[in-house]
Design a protein around this ligand. Structure first.
Ligand code: NAD
Ligand code: TDX
Length: 332
């Protein structure tokens, strides 16, 4: 049994990881989360109190971070400002949390010699052409497009520098687009599901040819736990599940699964600087650490996710009107 600190554990992927740890290990989990608009304590409500301790706080709060690191074995760092559209509207919080927050954790890891796993995104690599036969690998050059992805790229580079310069015991992973329960309604898939439930037309940015490489959040969690247990210090691992789909296909799939005509959506203003395609080659994780995804069937995973949003309207309803009002100001 170990004490694991999970930053951002009240967010989408972090809360799925906390559930995963409780269900698949005997570790004790401490969650450090500022409960920004994206954090929701209800995402942890059904977990046993003797396994999970919640601390409300900011990852830029150095004394708090120092105190927590002094009594933890490992840290998994999810906390971030995570939404590209918000980063185009107001980049500042992305620099504070993603850059300064990660720096604050690295300094504490250095002081306490704490094992750290840093969670990042495939967006640090920029985007691919639709017909490019290559996918991202661990050696693809960094080329981020948005304020969000550039701050995530910056945080990755800080981690690598602290490994090399100070011997911090860290690993990194860059994952593709996640879907599953507890994802905020600002994001593509939950926005469309909850639009259909509310009788609002789903909204497709531009022509919808943009491709995302979808992975279930549980598969992301199992990959992170594998890296935490078996990953080589200083190494980066790409996480994906061969889930490439364009946005138009995903919206049509959601409509079909929800019993609606598959053309019952509208095209809205495209995202500025919209990345065309992400695609992950996860050969290194598969061959070196023996990890494989469990959710092979995207349609089945999506159907289960739709059911989760149908069953948990109380979880997402408080955020829905505000999100739609924000998008409406941008013609989206
Ligand atoms: P999210 O926005 O749902 O959750 C972020 C969480 O971090 C929230 O609970 C929020 O309250 C907390 N947080 C934000 N700023 C904080 C701060 N300064 N101090 C403490 N807590 C703070 O994000 P997510 O989609 O779950 O993403 C989690 C991580 O995974 C991020 O690092 C993101 O870059 C990465 N990632 C996400 C995806 C994806 O598809 N969503 C894919 C690859 C990587
Ligand atoms: O209403 C919408 N309509 C639409 O067409 C929204 C909200 C999005 N989109 C498009 C934009 C993207 O091509 O859908 C795609 C997915 O959009 P998001 O859910 O905003 O995700 P993305 O920008 O791809 O980034 C996500 O994956 C990588 C996460 O939000 C990041 O945190 C992660 O790093």
């Amino acid at each position: 049994m170990a004490n694991i600190l999970v930053t951002g554990g009240a967010g989408f992927i972090g809360s799925n990881f906390v559930h995963y740890l409780v269900n698949h290990t005997d570790h004790h989990v401490t969650v450090l989360d500022a409960l920004t608009y994206a954090g929701n304590l209800a995402s942890l409500a059904d977990l046993p109190e003797n396994r999970v301790t919640f601390v409300k706080g900011n990852i830029t709060d150095a004394p708090l971070v120092d105190e927590l690191f002094s009594r933890t074995d490992s840290v998994v760092h999810y906390a971030a400002e995570s939404h590209n559209d918000n980063s185009l509207h107001d980049p500042r919080p992305f620099l504070d949390t993603n850059i300064v927050g990660t720096f604050t954790l690295l300094e504490a890891a250095r002081k306490h010699d704490t094992r750290l796993h840093h969670i990042s995104t495939d967006e640090v690599y920029g985007d691919l052409e639709l017909d490019d036969p290559e996918r991202f690998t661990e050696s693809t050059p960094y080329n981020p497009s948005s304020p969000y992805s550039s701050t995530k790229a910056g945080s990755d580079l800080l981690v690598r520098a602290w490994v090399r310069s100070f011997g911090v015991r860290a690993t990194l992973s860059n994952c593709s687009n996640n879907y599953g329960p507890y994802q905020h309604v600002e994001k593509f898939i939950p926005r469309q599901i909850t639009n259909v439930i509310r009788g609002i037309q789903p909204k497709l940015y531009g022509a919808g040819e943009n491709v995302r490489d979808w992975i279930h959040a549980d598969d992301h969690s199992s990959a992170v736990l594998t890296i935490l247990d078996k990953g080589v210090l200083g190494e980066t691992y790409l996480i994906g599940a061969d889930g490439e789909r364009n946005n138009k296909d995903v919206i049509e799939l959601i409509l079909g699964l929800m019993g609606q005509p598959t053309d019952a959506y509208e095209h809205v203003t495209d995202r500025a600087g919209h990345d065309l395609r992400y695609a992950i080659d996860f050969t290194k994780l598969r061959t070196e650490l023996g990890w494989t995804p469990a959710y092979g069937d995207f349609e089945a995973g999506l159907a289960a996710t739709i059911q989760w949003y149908r069953d948990n309207e109380a979880w997402w309803a408080p955020a829905k009107d505000g999100v739609e009002a924000f998008y409406a100001t941008k013609g989206q």
